[in-house]
Design a protein around this ligand. Structure first.
Ligand code: ATP
Ligand code: MG
Length: 254
């Protein structure tokens, strides 16, 4: 087993009286897809937003490649090689695909001006790798399809060479063809050694893509298993009942 890319160690987060995340520990390894499951409000997005630098953690610790990470902002998270695709697919709707790829990390000429030519060229190459059919990269992304928007969001991970990718329900709003494309992209990033947190409610996503799965309920971790060790019925029972599967051993670090 390779050293973990990320170790989440006894992390807590409350909003007022709501314990959104309570004492959660998880690890993610290179080239691994870890599905994060649980009902609405289980704490999945909150956990991931702490890794993304959107929320500070209340207590506990996150280690990246063995070192304690201070993630106080999205820029800190990105500097650690963590890219996030939010549930809302946060793109700047009025900007085109090229501008969205480089948003906040624009390429500059040696005179300090925006290097539009170099950005367009790099964007074209990156989008091409993800989906050769995606050509309308100079129109506002608001007019793109869900699948094309996913390409733009995922292209950030590819271009900026993410080590860790957080995908919050990447296929929720997609049709079957676009879902297939996202699955293909996940497999490709995984083959490149990227570690992926995949938040999803979709069992075909879980069983088609993940190596391990973690179930959360009411902010707590119910259990963490190798996907191949559990059945769909057992996973659904864990999500609903909030109890670990007795039949199989949980995945343990070390
Ligand atoms: N910014 C916030 N302010 C106050 N409460 C919040 C905030 N964000 C999340 N919560 C609360 O924390 C809990 C966990 O929410 P979270 O969004 O992490 O759930 P989730 O598992 O991602 O659910 P879903 O599947 O619906 O996306 C919920 O009770 C939610 O209301
Ligand atoms: Mg969520």
């Amino acid at each position: 087993m390779t050293a973990p890319l990320i170790e989440i160690d006894k992390v807590h987060k409350s909003f007022g009286g709501v314990h959104a995340v309570e004492d959660v520990s998880l690890q993610l390894h290179p080239g691994e897809v870890l599905a994060v499951l649980g009902h609405n409000g289980a704490g999945k997005s909150t956990l991931m937003k702490m890794l993304a630098g959107a929320y500070p953690i209340d207590s506990g610790e996150v280690r990246v490649a063995g070192d304690v990470a201070k993630i106080a902002s999205p820029a800190d998270s990105q500097a650690l090689g963590i890219e996030t695709i939010y549930q809302t697919l946060a793109l700047a709707d009025n900007l085109d695909a090229v501008s969205n790829l480089f948003l906040g990390r624009e390429l500059l000429t040696r005179f300090g001006l925006l290097d539009d030519d170099r950005m367009e060229q790099a964007a074209r190459e990156t989008f091409q790798r993800l989906n050769p059919n995606f050509k309308n990269i100079r129109v506002p992304v608001r007019s793109l399809s869900g699948g094309q928007r996913q390409v733009v969001a995922i292209s950030r991970a590819l271009y900026f060479k993410a080590r860790v990718l957080i995908m919050d329900e990447p296929c929720a709003a997609l049709g079957p063809e676009e879902t297939r494309m996202v699955h293909e992209l996940v497999r490709r990033l995984k083959a490149d050694g990227v570690g992926i947190f995949l938040i999803t409610h979709d069992m075909p996503d879980v069983f088609g893509l993940s190596d391990r799965l973690a179930v959360m309920k009411n902010g707590k971790l119910v259990g963490c298993y190798r996907t191949a060790d559990v059945t769909e019925d057992e996973v659904l029972a864990m999500i609903i009942g909030g109890k670990p599967v007795a039949r199989v051993a949980q995945w343990r670090a070390g």
